[in-house]
Design a protein around this ligand. Structure first.
Ligand SMILES: [Zn+2]
Length: 453
């Protein structure tokens, strides 16, 4: 099997490629956002030829948070996309590295497969795969970034790049085979690994498992991958990354995947757009996690920084009612980012504004058809502009409709910059909050009277 003549560089960008012929080897690459969904790449297996092999790092450094190379052939897969201790990866900020697999003797390699899993840029795999029997003239086990492997006794087997155009995260699987015969006879296999990006220090792939099939070996059996309790996805061209951690609410995982994920993907970027400030950058990584009711102090949900905590029992009860809207409300808090601003932390925006803006967005933009923030006859007498939550949301809706469709953006901007004070109303509308409240209540009264007719 001669592979050394095929050293052209192929870069594959497609998200799900058909099998690509690389010389005589076929490289099937696949990435998926949901585990266990590989269609063309076989699942990882146990008792393959790599299980008992020896792994050596010929170039590069292992990351201190990485597991050792043993995880690459322990026949175990991580259970979610953020498990550094279950993956092998080269050190942060470094230029990848070289990994040598010594099978102990030369075998007819039928197939080579590699698996990785991460929420974002550490999911994709970029490497060149080389092989050697061991008796090649000048075969070198000492390599640098500059090593010309073809001149150092190594045969090129395949050139792998699984980076998709978008949605980098998820599980990536690579399977290298030759159509009708083994890839070749090899004792040593060498992966020359590159980082997937150098925009930040975290471009080195989370490799989970490597499988090598001996053409003359016994049959292998697939590894069962436990279902992940974490859902990882992105929005707005990978600008925003989300994790939903359902460890404490596994029964809600499918609902989150089906119902909540699209709402988060659509509404988080929308809310960011709705609430701008010069130079403000909204949190780009948001985590939603479920906690047992006993840890929630009676709250259905709350946001702290870019983490949204959800009350498991409350969500179970409200799946068909308030659950989705509550998440929209909390996402608005993440975008408000009021506590990130030191000046605001000192002046402190009144709570009824902090809660009124998310409830305006939720009840009047996200789910207007629910009419959940209408002022009822019962609530009318006690409703004030600063009653907070949905009552204040209703007041804000009145101002948006009557005076200024940019009002929410202006109010939020002042609040986020720590510049909100009671003069805001006079400066914005030429009227005091009390005067505006009177107009709003007259409008509410009129609507109530109309509805009785
Ligand atoms: Zn709130």
């Amino acid at each position: 099997m001669q592979m050394s003549s095929y050293n052209t560089t192929f870069i594959f960008f497609a998200f799900m490629l058909p099998s690509v012929s690389f010389g005589q080897s076929h490289v099937a690459m696949e990435s998926t956002q949901s585990e266990n969904l590989f269609k063309r790449v076989p699942p990882p297996t146990m008792n393959d030829a790599a299980t008992k092999a020896e792994y050596k790092i010929l170039r590069g450094r292992i990351d201190p948070n990485s597991a050792g190379t043993q995880v690459l052939h322990n026949d175990k897969m991580p259970t979610n996309e953020d498990q550094p201790g279950e993956n092998f990866f080269f050190a942060a900020g470094t230029d990848g590295g070289c990994l040598e697999i010594d099978l102990g003797r030369s075998i007819a390699v039928k197939q080579f497969a590699s698996y990785s899993w991460h929420a974002t840029t550490r999911a994709a795999q970029i490497y060149r795969l080389y092989g050697a029997v061991g008796n090649e003239a000048g075969l070198s086990h000492t390599v640098t970034r500059e090593t010309d492997f073809a001149k150092s006794g190594w045969s090129m087997i395949a050139n792998v790049d699984t980076r998709p155009e978008s949605n980098l995260g998820g599980q990536h699987g690579v399977c290298i085979t030759s159509s009708d015969k083994p890839l070749g006879r090899f004792r040593y296999l060498l992966l020359d690994v590159s980082p997937t990006e150098t925009d930040d220090a975290f471009g080195n792939t989370f490799f989970s498992e490597i499988d090598i099939y001996d053409a003359d070996g016994s049959t292998t059996s697939p590894i069962a991958i436990p279902r992940s309790s974490h859902l990882a996805f992105t929005a707005a061209d990978n600008k925003y990354r989300f994790i939903i951690d359902t460890t404490d609410a596994l029964d809600l995982r499918d609902w989150c995947d089906r119902e909540l994920r699209p709402i988060v993907q659509t509404w988080y970027p929308k809310i960011v757009e709705m609430l701008p400030n010069d130079g403000f950058v909204a949190p780009s990584r948001v985590e939603l996690r479920f906690h047992d009711e006993s840890r929630m102090l009676g709250n259905p949900a709350y946001a702290s920084g870019s983490v949204i905590t959800l009350n498991t029992q409350w969500f179970r009860r409200e799946l068909k009612r308030e659950a989705r809207g509550a998440v929209v409300h909390e996402m608005a808090h993440v975008v408000q980012s009021y506590t990130q601003n030191r000046r605001n932390a000192r002046t402190s925006t009144p709570g009824w504004i902090v809660e009124g803006i998310p409830d305006y967005i939720r009840w009047f933009l996200y789910e207007p058809e629910s009419k959940g923030a209408e002022i009822t006859e019962q609530a009318f007498a006690s409703a004030t502009h600063d009653s907070s939550y949905r009552v204040t949301g209703n007041f804000f809706d009145f101002l948006m409709r009557t005076y200024d469709p940019d009002f929410i953006a202006k109010l939020n901007s002042a609040a986020r910059n720590g510049r909100y004070n009671s003069n805001f109303w006079m400066e914005t509308f030429g009227k005091s909050a009390a005067e505006l409240e009177k107009e709003w209540k007259a409008d509410c009264r009129q609507k109530l009277d109309q509805s009785k007719k």
